[in-house]
Design a protein around this ligand. Structure first.
Ligand code: URA
Length: 443
């Protein structure tokens, strides 16, 4: 099969067979198809899309490019959650121990931050000693003992995705539903899970900026999961302003610690409890989202979620004393406050701009090789809808990059729109998606 013919067929809107998709992906992995041909192929898919059958074939090929973990010998329905990525999205770190404390095992393989979005792995690694690179034997040991484990993608899991994602990132082919779906689902299906809850973000800070695209992505993701025998549901959630107050790495861990110890950060906890409730329901411990939410709240209120988090930190080599006493952590060399220049209401906070400001201060990276500074970050002090007076602190920044702090602060200030009237309320959790379609959020 000639790769040029396959590229031309897709370029002209044709439907590819399993053999043709396999030839492109395997050829790229074994070196017989060069990067420039795969790049052209990805761009053809970007413009011409793939139908559902092609998308499931691509997912299947990517899934079986590596090992598929089998956790069937461990008791319980194993459930994971995946977010399409956002700014200040630290939900997994509260949710995984909380759901495990409800008796549902959570084996979680997470990613690093890229572009303006943060990554769970970078946040976890800001805990001194915390290891996210467990081998498979260690992964099984931690999930068996604690009922929760959080690691990064290993070389054995969906290696095709690792190679393809890096190429998509530099060829402008990330924002494509069949490519995103096969990328996410090949990794998730390899983890050994029985069920999956998806958090599909929409808004300025998300890969899918419009709600219509987020809905289409969620329908494809849910259909692919269901097709592979993994019960999959999704929630479309807002990512037009950062989630919670902290944007960075260690400061996000601190916010998670506070929530696990009972603090209420309203938007962050609303998303965490809703997704957690979905997981507890799929894990067979609750009959409805409402019941699942009550169990999750109780896991936090009783201290069991916090204990579970400490157990996971200990088993993965993390410094328990540091998370028990977060004030002992080193601080950034400089900090700066961003203040409101007028009276009014916070009308909007551009999550994309906040994410890019985070990169300027060292909390994120633009290329996979860049090192991040775990201490650096932003605290959002006023959220959309809050009333402000001239001179009120909107946000604070901390960094070791003394030369960048002033320009970062002025960029952050522009991310806030102050309006005379309060903004219209938009729901944080927009809709619920299952294999039968898109529905209002169950309460
Ligand atoms: N996250 C992934 O894992 N893959 C994508 O393609 C986009 C977001």
């Amino acid at each position: 099969m000639n790769p040029t013919e396959i590229i031309r067929k897709k370029r002209d809107g044709g439907t590819l067979s399993r053999d043709e998709i396999n030839r492109m992906i395997q050829g790229y992995l074994d070196g017989s198809i060069p990067e420039y041909q795969l790049s052209a192929f990805l761009m053809a898919v970007y413009f011409q899309k793939m139908n559902f059958e092609e998308t499931t074939i691509l997912t299947d090929i990517m899934l079986h490019s590596g090992i598929v973990i089998n956790l069937k010998d461990l008791p319980g329905i194993k459930v994971d959650k995946h977010s399409t990525g956002g700014v200040g999205d630290k939900v997994s770190i509260i949710l995984a121990p909380m759901v495990a404390a409800c008796g549902v095992p959570v084996p979680m393989i997470s990613g690093r931050g890229l572009g303006h979005t943060g990554g769970t792995l970078d946040k976890l690694e800001s805990i001194p000693g915390f290891r996210t690179t467990l081998n498979l034997e260690e992964y099984r040991k931690v999930i068996a003992e604690a009922g929760v484990v959080m690691i990064g993608q290993t070389a054995e899991i969906a290696p095709a995705d690792k190679r393809l994602y890096a190429l998509r990132d530099v060829t402008g082919t990330v924002e494509c539903i069949p490519l995103i779906s096969s990328s996410i689902m090949s990794k998730k299906l390899a983890e050994g899970i029985d069920a999956l809850v998806l958090d599909i973000k929409t808004g300025r800070g998300a890969f899918m900026a419009t709600e219509a695209d987020a809905v289409r992505l969620s329908e494809t993701l849910v259909a692919v999961g269901t097709m592979f025998g993994v019960r999959t549901i999704g929630f479309i959630t807002d990512m037009s302003q950062p989630l919670g107050r902290a944007v960075g790495n260690w400061n996000e861990i601190v916010e998670c610690i506070e929530c696990l110890r009972g603090a209420d950060v309203p938007d962050l906890m609303e998303v965490t409890l809703t997704l957690g409730a979905g997981m507890v329901m799929l894990g067979g411990k609750a009959g409805s989202i409402a019941e699942g939410k009550a169990l999750c709240k109780e896991a936090i209120a009783s201290g069991r979620a916090w204990e579970k988090f400490l157990q996971m930190v200990r088993l993965q080599g993390g410094d328990v004393a540091a998370v028990e006493n977060p004030a002992s952590y080193p601080r950034s060399a400089v900090s700066m406050e961003v203040r409101s220049s007028s009276d009014g209401f916070v009308g909007a906070i551009d999550a994309l701009e906040v994410g890019f400001t985070g990169i300027m201060v060292g909390a994120g990276r633009m290329t996979v090789e860049e090192r991040i500074d775990p201490k650096a970050g932003i605290m959002v002090m006023k959220k959309v809808g809050d009333r402000v007076k001239k001179g009120d602190i909107l946000a604070t920044l901390g960094t070791d990059r003394t030369g960048s702090i002033s320009s970062a602060a002025s960029r952050l200030e522009k991310a806030f729109s102050i309006t005379a009237a309060p903004p219209e309320h938009t729901p944080l959790i927009r809709s619920f998606v299952d294999s039968t379609g898109v529905h209002p959020v169950p309460r």
